[in-house]
Design a binder for this molecule. Sequence first.
Ligand code: GLC
Length: 798
Amino acid sequence: MIINTELEYKGDLFPSKIVSYTQEVDSIFFNTDNNVILKVTVLRDSMIRFRFTTKGYFSNDFSYAIDKSQSHGYNNLEVSEEKDHFKIKTSKVSVIVQKHDLRVGIYDLDGKTILEDEIGFHWEENYEYGGNIVKMSKVSRDGESFYGLGDKATHLNLKGKRLENWATDQYAFSKDQEPLYKVVPFYIGLHDDVSYGVFFDNTFRSYFDFAHERKNVTSFWADGGEMNYYFIYGPKMSDVVKTYTHLTGKPELPPLWTLGYHQCKWSYYPESKVKEITGKFRELQIPCDAIYLDIDYMEGFRCFTWSKEYFPDPKRMVAELAKDGFKTVVIIDPGIKIDKDYWVYKEGLEKDYFCKRADGPYMKGKVWPGDCNFPDYTNPEVREWWAGLFKELVSEIGVKGVWNDMNEPAVMEVPTKTFPLDVRHNYDGNNCSHRKAHNVYGTQMARATYEGIKRFAYPKRPFVITRSAYSGAQRYTSSWTGDNVATWEHLWIANIQMQRMSMSGMGFTGSDIGGFAEQPSAELYARWIQLGVFHPFCRTHSSGHHGEQEPWSFGDEVIDITRKFVELRYQLLPYLYTMFWQYVNDGVPMLKPLVYFDQEDKQTHYRTDEFIFGNQILVCPILEPNALGRRMYLPQGNWYNYWTQEVVKGKRELWVATDFDQIPLFVKEGAIIPKYPIQQYVGELEIVDLSLEVFYKLGKEKSHVYEDAQDGYDYNKGRYSYKTFSLNGKDKELIIQQHKEGDFETLYKTIKISLIGLPFKIKEIEIDNEKVSFESVSYDGNCCITVDKDFTELHLIG
Ligand code: GLC
């Protein structure tokens, strides 16, 4: 690991004074007399890009992270020259660039500092490789907090930490271990109630130091490439996250079944074993939608082949599983076995699609199949070829999803665990070495896989899961957090990783429930499933080397707990799908750490355990053995304890007692939570009515429900239904108004409303301003009312 020490600062170079500047539409170029150019581009009033070169000109502007379809535009842009600085002003912020040393400061319109350079941009020439090690240092203030950076197994608040970005196969990683599988060089700063973001879009090995080395300095640097970062102004953290997600892109809606429960193990084989597992799910009535085949389904670990011995007729098996509601997902790794009789290898060789070393030979490395060559997914032609390879798997055999693993890329039996740095890559026509392509290799593989599945699954939606990823990968794929361990500490890590991934734009993520390495105790597995059902991606996976890890491997009590929580997830599918829709449309993270929920409450800045699932459900896992409850922090507002229906006032720490088959769950007062009936898999039942659980509040609250055909692309043509329910509670009245967008018609005709916490006895019911009889809405005098799904206003009078 190369760490810059004070000594190395001796080699640092700095910009000198500005000698000229020019403006081209939204970009202002500042030229120094030592050939440095700073290009400041205003993308939005609240998003500004800073790009530096030390060569006197810029190289081709290319990024895998940025979503090309995103829209830009600002309301105001003024550039002015003062005695010692230039000022760029938008309708949200002003940027000051110092004339004598190119240092930058960013301020809000009241002049309050948001982010200021300490040394600012500086660099060190890299004599070994050419180019520069590019560096940036910013002033870090007392009380400032830092979040983001994707997949880090450490405290949610990154203050005081140094972190490294280099995609790494980190088997059985430990707390604070660096680096891990994914690279998201984006952080959020929070100081004095103002949030801002920095996205350092540089794919070389990079580092972030949040007041670790020097108390008042935040710095980031990379082993090569450009100093190229995007500054995003909040002031709310939600604005920062949404803007970042907009910049790096949002996924398509996944098919609804992918939000169900998935079962995986290394490996389920032969076919009879797979059937035994799926059969047991149905027998025990534990809902499950997906079954995974790990590497042993292949013939000698050759991708796109099937073991004839274990899976003699995959098409029939996949169809039989599908009949029972199971979607088959198979693993595909990047290493292609060197075998002259293997069609994929032959094609790759003939077309010259494998990565090469600097001097010409193919990059050779050991992975599961033995010696392999590796496709260069940064070459668009290779991606196209790779996509085509999925034809048989998807179109003919009927596989519904693909799991991309080992794509850091991982290489066995070498100390670096990956390719040598001299390996060459196409990088979409910007030829480069592995130093630059390493961190995006996995994303480009997942992208090619996604293109293939999308092509052959059409008109259904594709599903891909990846282990390695760079910013922007969310456009193509979901992900999981790699080879974790069956320990309580890892349960704590998983909880934080998922919150962090969510606020780093890559929300469709889960951990291996129960832990991949080693064997969980019954209690640990139960606690993990209780958390896992509240993660966007929900899959049990294990290495299978230490014992069984199916829900029934831990005795009857755990079977019941698993069933109870997985059933709850299936009931909450419309709520989960609505969360996903808000992520896809507005970049809203599906999981929200407490600091995201209320950044003004300083108590939230160092909270790690509690998070908001969607907008209105607060989840707090139990992370210790033998705990029948825990201390936790409830943020502002009033909350219903989900289990007792007791209303609890927030903005305070409290003890919450729970039984072993519960974890602290709270619902925001005023929330309307949609539920479907329990199904063993998505689509098992025809939904005859939608349930709405209404948590009474004195005051107003809005809730939403998104629905569509649950798969396919009709939703893009307006065939979706996005309902807003506005609740208004008074002393002796409750009004619920419904507003619908989109022209999808749900099959069900009625909505079943359950009233929770209603403080009065209903004397009269009006629907759309007309009084109705209790019988006509099946009101039982207790809690439930059944109404036509298209009501506009429901008025309950006490
Ligand atoms: C890697 C993956 C793991 C998988 C195993 C075998 O360790 O992270 O999920 O089961 O390889 O394919």
